[in-house]
Design a protein around this ligand. Structure first.
Ligand code: ZN
Length: 223
């Protein structure tokens, strides 16, 4: 069985139909403390996003669904707003996640959680592609949108502990140690209230220790 499969996409911005490959299955050997997956063999992240070859509209598979049609995005892309920004960007996996975020942000009612997911994946890919200079900007965007998603109740109860931990970890990596420690405390409260994965307690201890030592270094996820 091949690792990828062909899918057909219909761009609701310009009407183009095109085929793309999507990963069928993939393996990871572990995760970083910011949940960055460490892929085995090929890295599936760039293939989870699709760019229309005609107009440049970029989104994950869900974003191409007919239910996602949005006139503001269509007008912005077709009037050249996207190409004005994307022409300045390097042709990399992380830039494509930024393009997807820019398209999503133009929606009449954008989802903070979706924006956080796009920027988080951009920060992961920039680490995997060894582009450390752009990582902090993406982490900053991801942290802000995740905080917003938590605030407006976009995150399901069972995910609140992990997402609060993740914002704390992004803040720690950005060198904002006091904010990180406060968020790790909040994550422990969310964990007590709503539960979460087993690794959380060890991860919270390890990352809080690093924040107290004022270390912004990368670390593997404690398990
Ligand atoms: Zn298109």
């Amino acid at each position: 069985m091949s690792a990828t499969r062909e899918i057909e996409l219909h761009c609701w911005v310009c009407g183009e139909r095109f085929e793309r490959e999507e990963p069928r299955a993939y393996a990871v050997t572990g995760r970083g403390s910011d949940l960055c997956p460490k892929p085995v063999g090929f890295n599936p992240l760039p293939m989870l996003l699709h760019t229309c070859p005609t107009c440049g509209f970029t989104a994950d598979g869900r974003g191409f669904h007919p239910s996602q049609v949005d006139e503001q995005v269509r007008d912005w892309v077709l009037s050249g707003g996207l190409t004005r920004v994307s022409d300045e960007m390097p042709d990399t996996g992380y830039s494509r996640y930024e393009m997807a975020a820019l398209c999503h942000a133009r929606r009449a009612a954008p989802s903070a959680l979706q924006l956080a997911e796009y920027y988080l994946a951009a920060s992961w890919l920039a680490q995997l592609d060894e582009a450390p200079e752009v990582v902090p900007d993406y982490q900053q965007e991801a942290a802000q949108y995740l905080e917003q998603a938590l605030l407006v109740g976009e995150v399901e109860d069972k995910e609140r502990a992990v997402m609060t931990y993740l914002v704390g970890e992004l803040r720690r990596r950005l060198g904002e140690f006091e904010a990180a420690l406060k968020l790790f405390d909040e994550a422990a409260i969310e964990f007590a209230e709503h539960g979460g994965p087993k690794w959380m307690v060890r991860a919270l201890n390890q990352q809080a220790r690093m924040a107290k030592e004022r270390s912004a270094e990368d670390a593997p996820l404690a398990r």
